[in-house]
Design a protein around this ligand. Sequence first.
Ligand code: SF4
Ligand code: SF4
Length: 506
Amino acid sequence: MADRKRYSFYRGLFTGDVLNFSKRSPFVKEIMFERIYPTKIILPMKMHYGVPAIPAVKVGDYVKIGQCVGIPAKGTFSVPVHSGISGKVTDISDIRLPNGILTPAITIVNDQKRTKLDSVKPRSGLSLTAKEAISLIRNAGICGMGGEGIPTAAKLQRARTESVKDFLVNCLQSEPYSTSDLVAITEYPDYVVLGSCACARAVGASRCIFLISENRKEQRHELENSLAKIRNDFKDLEFEIKLFRERFPQGYYRLVARALYKKNLAAGETLERSCKAVLFNCSTMLACWETLSDNIPMMSRIVSVTGDASGGHNMLVPIGTPISELLLNAQDIKNGSDRIVWGNCLTGIEVKDPENTPVVKTTSVISVVRRIEVPKTPCIHCGLCSECCPMNLSPNTIFEMLNQGLRQKAAEEGARECIACGSCSYVCPSGIDLTPAIASFAGEGRIIESNSLLDNSVAMGRPYEDFDMSSVGEASLLEDYSDNSEDGRKSASDSITLPFEKDKEV
Ligand code: SF4
Ligand code: SF4
């Protein structure tokens, strides 16, 4: 099933054993899987790209598992928020997330009774058109779980409008120490595969292609097994597994376009339009199948809690679980002497207040790494930063230009192409933190694009009076995901058949 070719972009970091599963580490680095039930959750209303949802409950209310507690204002580009525990709402107030976003957040104290909404149960006897399936995904609050948190329904809708042929499932997870996507595949392979097939049908794709690292043999085996089971139910789809080299940051859509389609996407160009392909994270596909088959909204996720000073934990937690509760369940982590990072250790942000910092929909890893201060010296022009930059930039040159205020020159040098991967800062032997300056310059251009996108949504009704528009710029690597409510492709094939009801149009 997998072709023999190995795909990749050029350059990047070869994290391999040095960062990932080092045999020199005193800790066991096998992938473990645990379930955690926290004492409370803190649910930010903005965990996705777009405007925040509006709290739909008040202090004192009792909520059940699966209940919607945050709703998008009418006409806005947003997704709803659901509770993954049952209990009482004790607080609704603004919090600031480590990435600087100010958002209203709902605190729910767990009654440990795990009372579910009656509607959270397997679906049966239901017919859905493709458009209705996308609507279900929208109402379930699903957004991309691998990075920017783009509302999945909007991305599916756009792929459908652009008539994509290839439905790409990103199983690459190249960030050091992160294994949450890999655990999603080993624990729920059928869900990942079925979610991918259903969404591929919903957008009208003809090929469903799984992208995975050549080293992930166990996960590849699981995918092959699941595909063998459902192949007959999806005869209209062609399946492929493409093997990629282990390299960071493998999986970013512009690098995938380069590796698979030999295309260099310019800023503003989309994978959908230029390559007739759309790329989704495998954990997002798992969430989609949970919604389509079991009526489960997006309310929990798998998070890796790991690093160079700890073992390899993967925890299935309700979204909103405070970081401190994750760490309590990872006893090999010496909290206090280590550095806790919200995200992966190359691009993540240090957590100062783990008690009040929650897991959000896009949190795939909490890294606990040793605090190593590299002595800072002037640039020695070793060229390592240029050698590793996946966007073929000269980070040291751009950094120097920005320091001297030569912004136009930095732009001409390609600074706007930076994808904030953090590789240049990581390799610099002089301890120069190149990434923040270059990435924030690159992000400024994108803020203008994303603001105009949001202006269109907000024009239909101000969603939340205290919404901090300055926080919008955090969505840095985005294309135009206008959420057209009108289906761009109405046709006779506007229906999908899902395998749990073979004889029905679903
Ligand atoms: S952070 Fe930007 S400049 Fe640095 S290596 Fe990554 S893409 Fe290149
Ligand atoms: S890696 Fe650091 S020292 Fe080497 S060229 Fe780049 S900025 Fe200079």
